[in-house]
Structure formats: structure tokens, C-alpha cells
Write a protein that binds this ligand. Structure first.
Ligand code: ZN
Length: 638
């Protein structure tokens, strides 16, 4: 029977350095601006002080305060990752302070949640469907594992182990336990991390229970609602699809409900497919992945079209201007695809990861590092802007922890293999076949597709270097030590990677050129909101128009010639603008409203006038004068 074990092992982010280029300044900004900014926000909003357990709060509390422990937890995780690569005494002192507070908030039985210790102790574990207790526990566990790995200190990890033990004693199929699981998945993937940090199989077993129990009948959320004296039919979200608990996970055929919940759950499903060598879970993940990427994902890697459920609606329902596309959902999409990529190194997962990273994720943070999008629409009439903080501030610390550990998405190793999934200037250190190897990337990616890779090895080593060939790349060239390679024995392309098998020597140089023309993109005919429209992409980047570059023009009225766009648009690198970007400059037309004064309808088509267009990378919008934005433009002609 074929194994469902992962064939690839990610190279940890601590073994990766970024130098100059695209990501290094962003990681530096995350360390020096974003992480301190989030700390101050958590502190000033009482989220850190809450662990002193002496706050007062009206009953019933707003739902966002019920899960406030998750914000400092994600901050600890982000700050710990940052400390792991950049020692910083001041940040270390803040981390220690928050860790101590969390530890002191722990109850004698191991329980650890500020809201249900102070405000509603009688409601502890009584509304798993809505109240995020296990979700908060999951984020605290992830924070504690990161803290332990960065500092070597066990104190926070030990506290969270006691909490996980308490949770394990409370939930399960054994007599006397509740057969519950959280309405907001998160603890499942956190328990797998805790298992790896401690080697205690109890945590893996508990994660497996949470995944397997979800959605079974009689339904736990019905049972606990009746125990609270409520009618389960009155559930505000109407359906347990909202929390992916409508049927057991292996019976689910569509990605439904709240997008972040779906992605965290499916990340744990991928983890457990590997840990338990369970093909039914891998099949489930692959089935739901296919459904998501062919029916319900935005061009930017944004997911979850609707505000109402912060999640999925119908197939092909992908309106651009009202897109919800929460930053956290795209982050979780990246995490899930990174996990799926490790099974057999299929480039389709890295393609989604890269699309999400450069577009729907990176749009979530401003170029100054201190303003954030919660929602990432693909068009705006001018009223959508990043904010310094939110009533529900889940996204900012999620962005910070992703950037602080970004290197972890770039490489993997196999038995005799090095996999390069993403391209950026910098170095990586890894073990192949028990021996150390290094790679140095020199590149301007994503501004062009030239990547030089230099191999470092103590003595000659035979292994396969797998270089990702992105789905957007139709023409490419590769040479090793100046010798051009084409389909010879050393070179095969399969599943989105170029495979170079040879004996590698110290200083060997691979020159890889991915041609990066401007591409015109259409949406599936069933996506009603995007018919007659096209978007521009170059390399991994989705481009958009912004109002500030087109004064006096309503962007919705702009059309381009899709059949001539690659001729009519030129790439122009602007080192000074928007942190250094390649913009696309070209020609289009804009509908003219002259002659329409006092006329609402008439029997003549409006005229169009030529207009010069500038498209910028989508991630960079809303960093200049506030205004309109649009990815999908009208397509002129047939
Ligand atoms: Zn969020």
C-alpha cells in the first residue's frame, strides 16, 4: 500500500537568511516596526494586562473580547520567531514579561483562559461552538512552542502542556469526558506542533480525536446548546457548515463556511494524514483543494467572498469589489499549501503558496509596517484603507508571525534532494544525506526571473536539485557552470519542478532564467462578476490600477485591448516608488461622459477617449493618496 508520508522535509526558517532583495527589508520592518507596534496595541487595549486576571467586564462580553488571549499568543509566536534569527534584548524582555503573565494566569487544574477565568467562570467549556476557548488554547500552544524553540526555556511550554493535559482529560470518547471540539479549528494543528516539541503521543492522539469527532451525530453542538437551555435550531449561522462541522471531514466534498476555520482545519488534516499515515485524510485534503482552487479562490489567493460568514458562498461567486478575502484566510491558505507540498513536491501547491504570498497576503500590510487590511477586496471605489488596529485584531499578529518565519516556506530536503520552492536573494543551509550543503540565491525576483544559485559543499555530493518551474512561466533557460542544459539526463521537468541530478561541487553555479512577460488573465465564464474583464499579471504578481495614477478617471470605465496588451504595456522599474517596484505602463481607453449631462438613457453608445495607464503590484496599493483601485479592467473589442 502506498504511503502517505511526506517525502519532503521543510528547511527551518532559522537556516535561511535573506539579503537585500525583495523580502529582507520587509522582514526587517516586521522586526523593527510591526512587532513592536502590535505589542503596544495589545498592551494599550488591555490584552496583555488581562492575564493579571483583575479586569472587569460587562456581561455578556462582546464576542471579540472572548478570544482576546489569541492576540498576545500570536504576538509571542511572531516575536519568538524574530528572536530566533535576530537576538534583541529589549524584545526578549517583552516576550519574557508576557510569558510570565500567561503562566501566572494558569489555574491550579491547568486551565488557562482570561475571559472564562474572570468574567464567566460558570460557562467554562459550555459553548465550544461559539466561544473560541480551544481556539485560544491552540494559539497559546503555538506561541509556547515557538517560545521554547527560540529561547530554549521550557516554562511557557510546560504551562501549555499542563493546559493541553487538562484539555485531554476533559475531551475525548472515554467515559466521563465531553465529546466536544472547537467551533473554530486551530487547536488541532497546534497539538501536532506540541507533539513534535515534546514527543508526547498524547497530544497527537488528542488532535486525531478532534478531527475524527467533528461533525458526527448526535451532534455535539446540538447537545451543548440544549444543555445551555437553547434550541440548537436557533444557531445564528444557521448551518454547521459555518464551522465545517456539518458532516465528518472525510465526507466533505466542498470547501464551505468560514474561510480561516476551513484552512486551519485542513492544515491539521494534512498534518494528520502524514502523522497517522492516513490516506483517507490525504484524499480529503486533495479533494477539497481541487474544489477550492477551481471554484472559490480569487486571483490574488484571497478566499472567502462574503462578509456575512467571513467565508465561502457558491461556486464561482467571486465578486471583486465586495470580496471579503480576510488576510488571515490567505495566510492559512499558505500554511495549508505548504503542508500539502511536502507530500510529494507537486508544484501546484507551491504555485498557490506563491500567488497568495505576493498578492492577497502581502496586501495585508502597509509599506510602513504599521497599517493592515483585514479585508482584501480586488476593487475599491476609494473608501477601503488599512488601519493601525481593529476591534478584532486577528490579522496583524498573523501577518507578523508569517513574515518572521517566512524563510520556512522556501526550501525542503529529501533523502537525496534539495527543493527550491520560492526565489529570493539570500542563503540557505541544509542537510542532504546527513551532510551539510549550502545554497546562495542571487536574484531581483520578483522584478525579473533571473536566479543564480551557487552550491556550497565540503566535498563533491550527488543529489538532485529541484527548482520550481512556476505555472506562470512558459519559457525558461538553465545552465550549470555556463553550460546550457536542455532535456538531457541531468534535466527532467515534472510536476512543476526542474530536476537537476548530478555530482555537485563547491562553487557550482546554476543560472536559471524564467521569462516574465506581461500576461493577460481571464476568469472562468461562470464567474459572473468578471465577465468581459481582464487582469494583468507579471511573474507571481497581480497588478492593479490605482486612482492616484489616473486623476479624473473612474477606474471602472477603463478598458484595455487584451489581444495587444503585451505590446501596449511596458515594464518600467521605479526604484524609488512604493519601496521599489516594477510598474506596467500602457494605453487604454476610458468612457467619456461628455454630452450625458441631464441624460440617464439614450440610443447612442458613449464615446471613449485614449488614456495612459499605470498598473502597480496589487500588494502595494493604498500606500499613496487614498483613492480607487481595480484589478479587473474591461476588455475592449471581441
Ligand atoms: Zn484575521
Amino acid at each position: 500500500m502506498p504511503t502517505t508520508k511526506r517525502q519532503l522535509e521543510p528547511v527551518p526558517f532559522t537556516h535561511i537568511t535573506f539579503a537585500d532583495g525583495f523580502w529582507a527589508p520587509r522582514l526587517e520592518l516586521n522586526r523593527t516596526v510591526t512587532i513592536p507596534h502590535i505589542y503596544r496595541q495589545c498592551e494599550s487595549t488591555g490584552r496583555i494586562g488581562a492575564f493579571d486576571l483583575n479586569f472587569e467586564r460587562p456581561m455578556p462580553s462582546p464576542i471579540v473580547l472572548i478570544f482576546q488571549d489569541s492576540d498576545p499568543a500570536k504576538w509571542i509566536e511572531a516575536a519568538s520567531y524574530s528572536l530566533a534569527t535576530h537576538p534583541d534584548p529589549e524584545l526578549a524582555a517583552w516576550v519574557d514579561l508576557v510569558a510570565e503573565k500567561i503562566i501566572h494566569a494558569q489555574q491550579p487544574d491547568g486551565y488557562l483562559n482570561t475571559h472564562f477565568t474572570v468574567t464567566q467562570p460558570e460557562m467554562r467549556w459550555r459553548n465550544l461552538r461559539d466561544w473560541h476557548e480551544l481556539y485560544c488554547a491552540g494559539h497559546l500552544i503555538e506561541g509556547a512552542v515557538a517560545h521554547y524553540q527560540a529561547t530554549g526555556q521550557r516554562k511557557l511550554l510546560d504551562a501549555l502542556c499542563r493546559y493541553a493535559d487538562h484539555i485531554d482529560a476533559t475531551f475525548g470518547r472515554e467515559p466521563g469526558k465531553k465529546r466536544g471540539y472547537c467551533g473554530h479549528p486551530e487547536i488541532e494543528l497546534a497539538l501536532v506542533k506540541l507533539y513534535h516539541a515534546t514527543q508526547n503521543p498524547r497530544y497527537l492522539k488528542l488532535a486525531t480525536y478532534f478531527i475524527d469527532e467533528r461533525g458526527r451525530q448526535p451532534h455535539y453542538f446540538d447537545i451543548e446548546a440544549r444543555e445551555r437551555g437553547e434550541d440548537p435550531a436557533q444557531f445564528w449561522a444557521k448551518s454547521y457548515e459555518y464551522c465545517q462541522a456539518h458532516v465528518p471531514i472525510r465526507e466533505q466534498t466542498q470547501v464551505v463556511g468560514h474561510a480561516v476555520r476551513a484552512m486551519y482545519l485542513l492544515s491539521a488534516v494534512a498534518d494528520l494524514a502524514h502523522e497517522n499515515d492516513d490516506p483517507t485524510l490525504l484524499e480529503t485534503a486533495e479533494r477539497l483543494w481541487r474544489h477550492l482552487v477551481t471554484r472559490r479562490m480569487y486571483l490574488t489567493g484571497g478566499i472567502g467572498a462574503a462578509r456575512q460568514n467571513e467565508g465561502f458562498t457558491q461556486d464561482y461567486d467571486l465578486p471583486d469589489e465586495s470580496a471579503y478575502a480576510e488576510t488571515c484566510a490567505t495566510i492559512a491558505l499558505i500554511q495549508w499549501n505548504h503542508r500539502l507540498l511536502q507530500f510529494s513536491g507537486e508544484g501546484k501547491y507551491a504555485d498557490i503558496m506563491e500567488r497568495a504570498l505576493f498578492n492577497g497576503f502581502l496586501s495585508g500590510i502597509s509599506l510602513d509596517g504599521a497599517h493592515f487590511f483585514y479585508e482584501n477586496p480586488l476593487a475599491s471605489a476609494g473608501h477601503h484603507h488599512r488601519q493601525g488596529w481593529f476591534t478584532c485584531p486577528c490579522c496583524p499578529p498573523n501577518i507578523a508571525r508569517t513574515l518572521a518565519s517566512l524563510g520556512g516556506y522556501f526550501y525542503s530536503t529529501g533523502p537525496n534532494d534539495i527543493w527550491v520552492h520560492l526565489y529570493a536573494q539570500g542563503t540557505a543551509k541544509m542537510q542532504v544525506n546527513g551532510r551539510e550543503a549550502h545554497l546562495r540565491q542571487t536574484t531581483n525576483y520578483p522584478w525579473d526571473g533571473d536566479v543564480e544559485l551557487q552550491v556550497g559543499t565540503d566535498s563533491p555530493q550527488r543529489f538532485t536539485l529541484h527548482l520550481r518551474l512556476p505555472a506562470w512561466c512558459e519559457r525558461w533557460h538553465i545552465s550549470v557552470n555556463g553550460e546550457q542544459l536542455s532535456g538531457n539526463n541531468e534535466l527532467s521537468t515534472e510536476s512543476g519542478y526542474i530536476h537537476l541530478t548530478r555530482e555537485w561541487n563547491q562553487g557550482d553555479v546554476v543560472n536559471y532564467r524564467m521569462e516574465m512577460p506581461i500576461r493577460v488573465i481571464w476568469a472562468h465564464p461562470a464567474v459572473r462578476d468578471l465577465q468581459g474583464r481582464v487582469a494583468l499579471e507579471r511573474g507571481p504578481l497581480v497588478y492593479c490600477l490605482e486612482g492616484t495614477d489616473h486623476p479624473g478617471t473612474i477606474l471602472d470605465r477603463i478598458a484595455i485591448d487584451p489581444h495587444n496588451a503585451s505590446n501596449e504595456f511596458q515594464v518600467e522599474h521605479d526604484e524609488m516608488g512604493l519601496g521599489g517596484v516594477s510598474v506596467l505602463r500602457g494605453k487604454g481607453t476610458a468612457v467619456d461622459e461628455n454630452g450625458w449631462e441631464d441624460t440617464l438613457y439614450r440610443n447612442q453608445q458613449p464615446l471613449s477617449k485614449p488614456i495612459d495607464l499605470t498598473a502597480i503590484p496589487y500588494y502595494a496599493w493604498d500606500n499613496r493618496a487614498p483613492g480607487q483601485m481595480r484589478i479587473w479592467m474591461q476588455a475592449r473589442g471581441g
